[in-house]
Design a protein around this ligand. Structure first.
Ligand code: ATP
Length: 349
């Protein structure tokens, strides 16, 4: 299978709002451009409109009057799903239980009426690519969850769709399987170079898979950016708080004592005592060797995570921050620590 087997297209949503017949407006005038060959992740809390957006792209929903969906600049708003040539993978596999793995994978090719020898060859390629060759003659109910999802992926890409749409494909799997299949999907999407839209509410999945992430809230786009931009330059409070953990320290905490001594942190606010400092737990260096050059606090709680330890630290005046320390460093509740921010780590609002 070569990249050239898939023709990477651009997708554009213009003024796509969606109001359901009961009057619920679940999308508000969405404008979105998806570049050829990129994996765009739609991320956001339950009910924010991710699936509805995906269904608009698929042709399973139509936008309210005035909204347009374009594939490679061509208006496909009136085309139904069968004519859009999209591959879809859902959380609930949606495989045919009465067919074998090979028959499932070849289903779309039979519909396309591809000559039998080409069907056989394509199915063989797909099974090999998804490491399913040995399972070709098994029935779906004889497969594990991970294997089923690999069949669903193979079936979705077998017809060489113009775009691959994935709706929470890993949600039903256990954590370990999710991690390994996430790596496989990542490699697959890079290898195919296909334009893909991936819906998830799991931020680590979004970070790992997305070339860009669209963070959605209540039917609107809150921010679009690369995973790094979304994590390090959140545009608003919603994005800052939805992705990872964000600490905020305001007011009469001495920021200068907290920021690194070399002063490499850009504190832009004029009144440094009044500025709001925002920083991630991993941006903070924690030490038990108490000195004046930092912010001191008492450990309130400690959560051992295996590769690191998360600490909740009481910094006084009923304020707590979340910081991280090396896993091997055992810190007990009540212990006094001193904290410094790493270089370029913080944002000042
Ligand atoms: P989740 O992560 O829970 O799947 P989501 O972000 O994908 O959520 P959508 O499935 O797009 O959200 O749903 C957005 C909103 O639209 C929800 O409040 C949902 O209840 C509502 N909704 C979805 N389909 C319909 C429908 N056919 N009629 C009325 N409301 C609907």
């Amino acid at each position: 299978m070569t990249t050239s087997s898939y023709q990477a297209i651009s997708i554009e949503l213009r003024h796509c709002a969606k109001t359901f017949p009961d009057g619920t407006r679940v999308l508000h005038d969405l404008d979105l451009e998806i570049y050829p060959g990129e994996t765009l992740v739609l991320l956001g809390p339950s009910g924010c409109g991710k699936t509805t957006t995906l269904r608009l792209i698929a042709g399973l929903e139509t936008p309210d009057t005035g909204g347009q969906v374009l594939f490679n600049g061509q208006d496909v708003t009136a085309l139904d799903i069968a004519k859009r040539n999209v591959g879809m993978v859902f959380q609930s596999y949606a495989l045919f239980p009465n067919m074998t793995v090979a028959e499932n994978v070849g289903y779309g090719l039979r519909i396309q009426k591809l000559p039998a020898d080409q069907q056989k060859q394509r199915v063989g390629e797909m099974l090999e690519m998804m490491r399913l060759t040995k399972l070709a003659n098994r029935h779906i109910d004889q497969l594990s969850g991970g294997q089923r999802q690999r069949v669903a992926l193979a079936r979705a890409i077998a017809t060489r769709p113009r775009v691959l749409l994935l709706d929470e494909p890993l949600t039903a799997l256990d954590a370990q399987l999710r991690d390994s299949l996430r790596v496989e999907i990542n490699l697959l999407l890079r290898q195919l170079g296909i334009t893909a839209v991936y819906v998830t509410h799991d931020q680590s999945e979004a970070m790992a898979l997305g070339d860009r992430i669209v963070v959605m809230a209540e039917g609107r786009i809150s921010q679009i950016g690369t995973p790094r931009q979304i994590y390090h330059q959140p545009k608003n409070d919603f994005v800052a708080d939805f992705i990872g953990t964000m600490n905020r320290v305001q007011g009469n905490i001495s920021l200068r004592r907290f920021t690194c001594p070399a002063g490499s942190l850009a504190v832009q606010a004029d009144d440094k005592e009044q500025a709001e400092l925002m920083f991630r737990p991993e941006d903070v260096r924690v030490s038990t060797e108490l000195h004046d050059d930092g912010l001191q606090g008492n450990v309130s709680a400690s959560f051992y995570l295996g590769d690191r330890t998360r600490l909740l630290v009481d910094i006084g005046q009923e304020r707590h921050i979340v910081v991280e320390s090396a896993a091997r460093c055992e810190l007990q509740p009540g212990q006094r620590v001193v904290m410094n921010l790493g270089n370029q780590a913080a944002l000042v609002a």
